[in-house]
Design a protein around this ligand. Structure first.
Ligand SMILES: Cc1ncc(COP(=O)(O)O)c(C=O)c1O
Length: 385
């Protein structure tokens, strides 16, 4: 890899292709199991293809150009980003078809997106206000380029997007009439549906969202603004999103890594191929207590803890769970009947929530079996701007 490496990753680079290197990593280190990752990427690509849906994975979950490239190579038509900084980091990393999935309110950022389009990117944006559409159009014209535009619809998340068919139609009309913009359709991200654990309840919630979306699509069609793109969906809803034929593309993100927050979501309701936990955080056991627990070198600066607690693995065996005990430290509560792992051992922990966890790491340590095989930069790490 070309960029400079610091800290643990700089030491770990020397271990690439060394047999058994996975258990000798300097830690804390984000570890990506390549077999599981490839399974996840292929499974989502196949599922969307079979359902007749396009796939535009969300990079907010991984922030890594190499992963985006692999998703595209597997059939994704482009990538979503949550923030301009995330998008620009991936653009600099060589990813060319990018959709910013949230509205913004900064002329500097609007200008930088138009500049990326002028530099060869196929840049898509969403708008939920007339002044934002006008500002994008103005920036696109200034840079002699064109931005693809989706009208952002609020289908129940209550975060961004217009909330009524009349507003959607009015905005589509405005966008269609502005030089510098290409009206492509709508975004309808139903975030509230994704983490409903029960399959039937999730399907019911998705259908309810679908009714709202259908009323907006009907109004747009009746007014002559047939959306070519209807973008939304996520890991939790992806199997349901083909049912009512409303969405044309799926924005799933977490499926590449999976996390404990998705662990309780019954993806199928009937069983079927599942996404696998491909991302783990390797930590080292640095202490034992006579009270029976072990202490590791990774706390809330290594994992985002807004999810169920990490499970701890030594090789393939689950040896306990992590309990938070500080910014830099974790407490392993050993599984029933087990003692704590020995001091110095490198254990791997599942992640409570993958998106904010990857934002804590510069580098992914990519492993195949027990061997470290590559380091991938997380280019958009820290790009919450
Ligand atoms: C707009 C948007 N699309 C897609 C996703 C991806 O969702 P998931 O990680 O559940 O697949 C998110 C996640 O927050 C999102 O905000």
């Amino acid at each position: 890899m070309s960029k400079a490496l610091f800290g643990a990753a700089a030491f770990n680079e020397k271990l690439v292709n060394e047999p058994g290197s996975r258990s000798r990593l300097e830690t804390p280190a984000a570890v990506l199991d390549l077999d599981l990752f490839e399974h996840n990427v292929a499974l989502m690509a196949r599922t969307c293809r079979d359902a007749g849906l396009n796939l535009r994975p969300h990079a907010k979950s991984h922030k890594c150009a190499e992963i985006a490239r692999r998703q595209i190579a597997a059939g994704a038509l482009g990538i979503c980003c949550a923030k301009p900084g995330e998008l620009l980091a991936l653009f600099e990393g060589g990813v060319r078809d990018l959709l910013l999935s949230a509205p913004i309110a900064s002329s500097t950022k609007i200008d930088s997106l138009a500049r990326a389009a002028a530099a060869g990117g196929r840049i898509g944006v969403v708008v939920d206000r007339a002044d934002l559409a006008a500002a994008y159009a103005e920036a696109a014209r200034r840079h002699a380029t064109t931005l693809d535009v989706l009208v952002d619809l609020d289908v129940g998340l209550k975060r961004s997007g217009v909330a009524t068919p009349a507003e959607a139609t009015e905005l589509a009309k405005l966008v269609s009439g502005l030089d510098g913009l290409r009206y492509r359709g709508v975004q309808a991200y139903q975030g509230r549906v994704q983490h409903i654990d029960d399959f039937a309840a999730r399907r019911a919630a998705n259908r309810e969202m679908g009714r709202l979306l259908a009323s907006m699509l009907d109004a747009l069609r009746a007014a002559g603004f047939q959306p070519e793109v209807v973008s939304g969906g996520g890991t939790g809803s992806h199997l349901l999103d083909g049912e009512d034929r409303l969405l044309t593309e799926i924005q799933a993100g977490s499926y590449v890594f999976m996390d404990e927050a998705y662990g309780s979501v019954d993806m199928h309701g009937r069983g079927g191929p599942e996404f696998k936990p491909a991302l783990r955080i390797a930590v080292t056991v640095i202490g034992h207590s006579s009270l029976g627990f072990a202490i590791t070198d990774g706390g809330s600066k290594s994992f985002a803890l807004d999810g169920p607690p990490p499970r701890v693995f030594l090789g393939d065996e689950q040896v306990g769970r992590i309990e938070w005990c500080g910014d830099e430290f974790g407490r392993i509560l050993p599984a029933d009947g087990r003692g704590p792992p020995s001091i110095g051992s490198v254990v791997e922990c599942t992640v409570p929530h993958c998106d904010p966890t990857i934002n804590l790491h510069d580098v992914l340590h990519v492993v195949r079996g027990q061997e470290l095989v590559a380091l991938w930069h997380v280019e958009a790490r820290g790009r919450a701007d």
